[in-house]
Design a protein around this ligand. Sequence first.
Ligand code: SF4
Length: 184
Amino acid sequence: MGLEEKVPSGFLLSTVETLAGFARKGSLWPASFGLACCAIEMMSTAGGRYDLARFGMEAFRASPRQADVMIVAGRVSQKMAPALRQVYDQMVEPKWVLSMGVCASSGGMFNNYAIVQGVDHVVPVDIYLPGCPPRPEMLIHAILALHEKIAHMPLGANRADAVRAAEEAALSARPLIELTVPRR
Ligand code: SF4
């Protein structure tokens, strides 16, 4: 992505990483994107009481081209999934996704064919926020965790190494659910 790809790995790249991480974490612009009841909590987080403006995030952008963080607030229906993916694709790089609430993260109580059983089937998720609904304090905590992740995001050659290591770890991980044959 531009200049950062050209910086050779080593001391200079680490310095650029630190500066870029600091600037990026303090300049997130969320896309306006609410799907269900969780969106009410997200909206109240931007209000005067919880004051998302402290992090420079109170202006939810109406255009995905002006946004770099998507807060998936609510259940994702099968019909909505392509639109969600389109919004994600139109957002500028680098971009991050926060899955807000149990419905967005896993389908929650809507264990049926109409609801996507986890938005990570549609877009890559950076932070999962549990709860039904998560309170604004919990959303702010998740945003601070996202800030921490962004501040330490590797760039250039370091990013390629990190992606490779994550892929190898994912491939070598044991499945969470072991299929067992019932005894007779
Ligand atoms: S997690 Fe709870 S509050 Fe959020 S969309 Fe699902 S049902 Fe609604």
